[in-house]
Write a protein that binds this ligand. Structure first.
Ligand code: GLN
Ligand code: ZN
Length: 687
């Protein structure tokens, strides 16, 4: 009899209960005990649900209040010096300080750097290590949660991030080799395994997803040493798990797959049958296990599954001849701007007349409670279309005025009309469908709801032109149009598997190309096409990279290249690893790129410097993931660092990413400081 098990389960809760509780605690509306109680209730509910779905041995310690890598670092006491006093006095406050920074009671702590988890849009916190680092068992969360399930009568398999993966995901702040710390780290793992064994755990799942990457000899050697050492001593049986790659990708532990189509009443029956979320996947696993035992007993269920596959293959909802025809005739010149960058830069400077070190933002401004409430009321039919529009216009106008007051050079409209940067476009494109509760964790308490691309993509009408044109009508300064790029729309959706991803991506690119041209025709002189997901789409194995980058870059260029030389194309990417893709980024040929650099203190610029990236570049000067407000001096220092390595004429000044998760007071203060820093830099450059 096969044993049914899964590697992890979404932790946010079907209705994002965890997000609510955590944010309530941050705002001071919920006591620490109440937060812990809410978390405990969710864990219990999820264990029971997995048991009911037929899972024999569900995982534990796959839950986290913020991030499982942070949990692992905290557990082995990889806590940098600056947080120690707080973490000792108040572990929960210390834990969240590592995640989000901490500005209270005279303390001013920067958060850990954040970066993407393998090829997903989940972000984890990067542990900071240094030579001579000591480890100890600071927190026995894996044991606690195992015992918690056991007390509820549920035997679980605790999940640990393996020691090699933990080191691999970490960075050292002093340039030392992090794998030198392996011998210091292993005794803590041994102790943890012994404690789990003593608590009664028969199995422990050790996640080593790094095993699906191309590894050098040093890392392979670390694996050999680590597992030889951990095999010693009393311990549970170890289940080594990898995912994302060739070794099986059914239930990624951390990205937290969406939940439960049982709630999805908005999707019609036929369509719902084509989907499988976390709970259905568990049922499928049970079915496979039963089939191994006795195929006859599950014949009906298997026949039903086959019928669902057939209905999709034939549906006219999926195949649109006119979209296929447009792709067929695609000429290569369509992906080419009229002139090379230096010529475009001249013409754009004439058209826009920007000062040196132009200031701008990445697009979104605070999505306040009022904005979200108005959207919810509009959706529920409680706010009329015209009242909702009037509300959004007022928000947009206020945002434009504030940007003028702050003194920004290239403005944005603020994206108040958007729920999410992919969903907003998906809702207006043919070929997309939406779930009500398909939440996926992005970082900390942030979740997104990916659309489902099930059919050929087409744009029935302009999507953003109204809002951009309205915002431009309010101001003399250039208003940047704001689009999500084809690769990101693809990457952050659940994508049909009945044609190559490249083809779906080109379909999206053509729809966006039409939008870009419509924006230009409406008088928009700068257009940003965000591609924050370009890097995460990179296949895990190097051998597959070139083919992916080819079609990804081509898709971006297809969407961007339909405009005149005078129209400035921006792109934005927020992550930390450019070395691998810098040539592709240059091949995208955007006039300006903004990137995330502040958490890594401009280290990220290295790739751009080494490659001599030729076009405009805005290295983010402050971290928008944290409510902390940096002062002008701090940003000036980062900018000077950038100036030392990038020709000043190429530099732009902007935050790391969009501001939608922030509140207005901190946003305003930070942007004022940013503009002040740019002004000092201009004065210094002039002198
Ligand atoms: N324009 C988007 C925003 O500002 C970009 C977000 C992103 O890159 N993740 O919100
Ligand atoms: Zn971003």
């Amino acid at each position: 009899m096969a044993l049914v098990t899964n590697l992890g389960f979404p932790r946010i809760g079907a209705k994002r209960e965890l997000k609510r509780a955590v944010e309530g605690y941050w705002q001071g509306d919920l006591a620490a005990e109440a937060l812990q109680e809410a978390a405990r209730a969710l864990r219990l509910r999820h264990w029971r649900l997995q048991r009911e779905a037929g899972v024999d041995l569900p995982p534990s310690n796959d839950f986290s209040l913020y991030d499982q890598v942070l949990d692992a670092a905290f557990c082995v006491d990889a806590v940098p010096e600056r947080y120690r006093a707080l973490a000792d006095a108040d572990p929960l406050a210390g834990y969240f300080a590592l995640a989000r920074g901490h500005q209270r009671g005279g303390l001013d702590l920067r958060a850990l750097e954040m970066t993407k988890w393998f090829d997903t849009n989940y972000h984890y916190l990067v542990p900071e290590l240094h030579a001579g680092q000591r480890f100890r068992l600071r927190d026995d969360k894996p044991v606690r949660e195992y015992l918690e399930a056991k007390a509820a009568g549920i035997e679980t398999r605790p999940v640990l991030i393996g020691p090699v993966t933990l080191l691999w995901l970490s960075k050292t702040t002093d340039g030392s080799d992090r794998f030198d710390l392996l011998d210091a780290l292993l005794p803590v793992y041994a102790e943890l395994l012994r404690r789990l064994h003593d608590a009664g755990a028969g199995w422990v799942q050790v996640d080593e997803p790094v095993l699906v990457l191309d590894l050098d000899a040093r890392v392979r050697d670390a694996y050999a040493r680590a597992y030889a050492a951990l095999a010693q001593g009393p311990r549970p049986q170890l289940l080594l798990a990898t995912y994302f790659g060739a070794l099986g990708d059914n239930l990624p532990l951390a990205a937290g797959l969406p939940v439960d189509t049982a709630h999805e009443t908005a999707l019609d029956e036929e369509f719902r049958g084509w989907l499988a979320f976390a709970r259905q996947k568990l049922e499928e696993l049970r079915l496979l296990a039963d089939a191994l035992a006795d195929e006859g007993a599950v014949a009906d269920a298997l026949a039903q599954a086959r019928a669902r596959v057939e209905s999709r293959r034939r549906s006219p909802r999926v195949h649109r001849p006119e979209v296929a025809a447009r792709l067929q005739g695609l000429a290569e010149v369509l992906a080419q701007r009229q002139s090379p960058y230096p010529r475009r830069a001249e013409l754009q400077q004439e058209a826009l007349g920007l000062p040196p070190f132009p200031t701008t933002t990445i697009g979104s401004f605070p999505q306040t409670h009022e904005v979200r409430q108005a959207r919810a009321r509009h959706r529920a039919g409680k706010l009329s279309d015209s009242d909702y529009r009037a509300f959004l216009e007022a928000e947009t106008e206020r945002c434009v005025r504030i940007q003028e007051e702050i003194g920004l050079d290239v403005l944005v409209h603020g994206e108040f009309e958007r729920n999410d940067m992919v969903e907003y476009f998906g809702e207006q494109l043919d070929g997309f469908a939406f779930t009500r509760n398909g939440w996926v964790q992005s970082y900390g308490s942030r979740c997104v709801k990916p659309p489902v691309i099930y059919g050929d993509v087409a744009r029935p009408a302009p999507m953003t032109v109204r809002w951009s044109a309205y915002a431009q009508s309010l101001t003399q300064r250039p208003m940047k149009g704001m689009l999500t790029g084809p690769v990101t729309i693809l990457q952050w959706s659940f994508v049909r598997d009945d044609q190559p991803r490249a083809e779906t991506c080109r379909q999206i690119a053509l729809a966006l190309r039409d939008e870009v041209q419509d924006l230009e025709a409406a008088g928009i002189r700068a257009i940003q096409i965000d591609e924050p997901a370009l890097r995460e789409g990179l296949p895990l194995r190097r051998a597959d990279w070139a083919a992916y980058l080819d079609w990804a870059v081509e898709s971006f260029r297809l969407s961007a290249a339909g405009v005149r030389d005078e129209t400035q194309i921006h792109t934005h990417m927020c992550y930390s690893e450019f070395n691998d893709i810098i040539e592709a980024v240059a091949a995208m040929d955007a006039d300006v790129i903004s990137i995330e650099t502040s958490r890594s203190r401009m280290e990220l610029l290295d790739a751009f410097v080494r490659f001599r990236y030729p076009n405009g570049i805005g290295p983010g000067v402050y971290d928008i993931h944290s409510p902390r407000v940096p002062d002008a001096a701090e940003m000036l220092e980062l900018l000077q660092k950038a100036c030392a390595v990038i020709p000043p004429a190429q530099l732009w000044v902007n935050p790391d990413c969009g501001l939608k998760t922030r509140a207005w007071p901190e946003t305003r203060a930070a942007l004022e400081a940013m503009v002040a820093a740019a002004r000092v830099l201009r004065a210094q450059a002039a002198a």
